[in-house]
Design a protein around this ligand. Structure first.
Ligand SMILES: Cc1cc2nc3c(=O)[nH]c(=O)nc-3n(C[C@H](O)[C@H](O)[C@H](O)COP(=O)(O)OP(=O)(O)OC[C@H]3O[C@@H](n4cnc5c(N)ncnc54)[C@H](O)[C@@H]3O)c2cc1C
Ligand code: FES
Length: 286
């Protein structure tokens, strides 16, 4: 049996969703341990930049329960891909969630073709999410590439003053939406928009400071953010968007090294999908 099939069987048996994986009925919903597996209707979909798509999905149970930094796992209808694709929740409005994603392979390519009124199978909300400060702290939200979408939901949820540092390869997306919730500072690799360089270059160029840092993006960016935050003595949290398989803690495909022992394996590993994807800066070894 293929590895992917093995993982799916273990995961569904472990979490009581086995009947749903086999069931093709439209509109069904099943909740277990705070997660819901459902067939949800696509409300709208649009391309907002080259290869970047924004999709609103009618998923009331997930919308009512999720928090910034959590994600959903979307299933493709292609039988050769049994495992779902994790995508962060970018925004929530009443009964709907928004995801913003880059087409990077066959799964996201399939999602990009979905039109309004079709159904998509998804599970969520998954992961732990960002801890939200109750008091009004100055927060610096740092997003790189596909790590930018969860920062919009986070910016809308924080009570204090917000500085948003967004790093793009070249073309910008979500910058207008982010600007409604905080001051936005941009870095691009080619210097076409904002500072030429990395998010750290933008932070230094604008002499930005904050009480707390929240970051999501590629590993090299997160590593630089951790170094910066530890050097400056600023408390912070990073969200890892590593490759995943089951997305619910059952297959160990997403483990990374940490300074704490994992309750499941009793070694210094942590499952990004279940124990994360958000970790305090300094806890995981990047
Ligand atoms: C918690 C979490 C949240 C995420 N949120 C978002 C989001 O909001 N928007 C978004 O666009 N993407 C997000 N991703 C990444 C997204 O899951 C992958 O891009 C997607 O699974 C790729 O599936 P695919 O079938 O299109 O590509 P595949 O055929 O599986 O892979 C195509 C290419 O993409 C690369 N890739 C696959 N997974 C990842 C990954 N996790 N990170 C970086 N590169 C990857 C592969 O190495 C390969 O080069 C998130 C990932 C995680 C774990
Ligand atoms: S993806 Fe399976 S344990 Fe994390």
């Amino acid at each position: 049996m293929k590895n992917e099939e093995n993982i799916v069987m273990n995961v569904t048996a472990d979490n009581g969703f086995s009947d749903l994986v086999a069931d093709k009925a439209v509109g069904l919903t099943k909740s277990n341990n705070g997660k819901t597996m459902m067939e949800a209707m696509v409300i709208s979909q649009e391309r907002i930049a080259s290869d970047i798509y924004s999709m609103w999905i009618d998923a009331e149970v997930i919308a009512k329960r999720c928090k910034p930094g959590q994600f959903v796992s979307l299933y493709t209808s292609d039988k050769s891909h049994l495992l779902p694709r994790p995508i962060s929740i970018c925004e929530v409005k009443e009964n709907a969630i928004r995801i913003v994603y880059r087409v990077s392979g066959s799964g996201t390519k399939e999602f990009s073709k979905y039109m309004a009124n079709r159904y998509v199978r998804l599970m969520g909300p998954l992961g732990n999410g960002f801890p939200l400060a109750n008091e009004k702290k100055t927060a610096m939200l740092i997003g790189g590439g596909i790590g930018i979408p969860p920062m919009l939901y986070l910016a809308k949820s924080l009570p204090g003053s917000i500085k948003i540092v967004a790093g793009y390869r070249d073309e910008m997306f979500l910058d207008d939406s982010l600007a409604a919730w905080g001051s936005v500072y941009v870095a691009t690799e080619d210097g076409k928009h904002g500072i030429k360089g990395t998010v750290i270059d933008a932070i230094k160029a604008h002499q930005l400071t904050a009480d707390v840092i929240y970051a999501c993006g590629p590993k090299p960016m997160l590593k630089a953010v951790c170094d910066y935050s530890l050097t400056m003595g600023i408390e912070g949290y990073i969200s890892l968007e590593e490759r995943m398989a089951c997305g619910i803690g059952a297959c160990l495909a997403c483990v990374c090294k940490t300074d704490k022992k994992d309750s499941y394996t009793n070694v210094n590993n942590t499952r990004i999908c279940k124990d994360g994807p958000v970790f305090p800066i300094g806890e995981v070894i990047l």
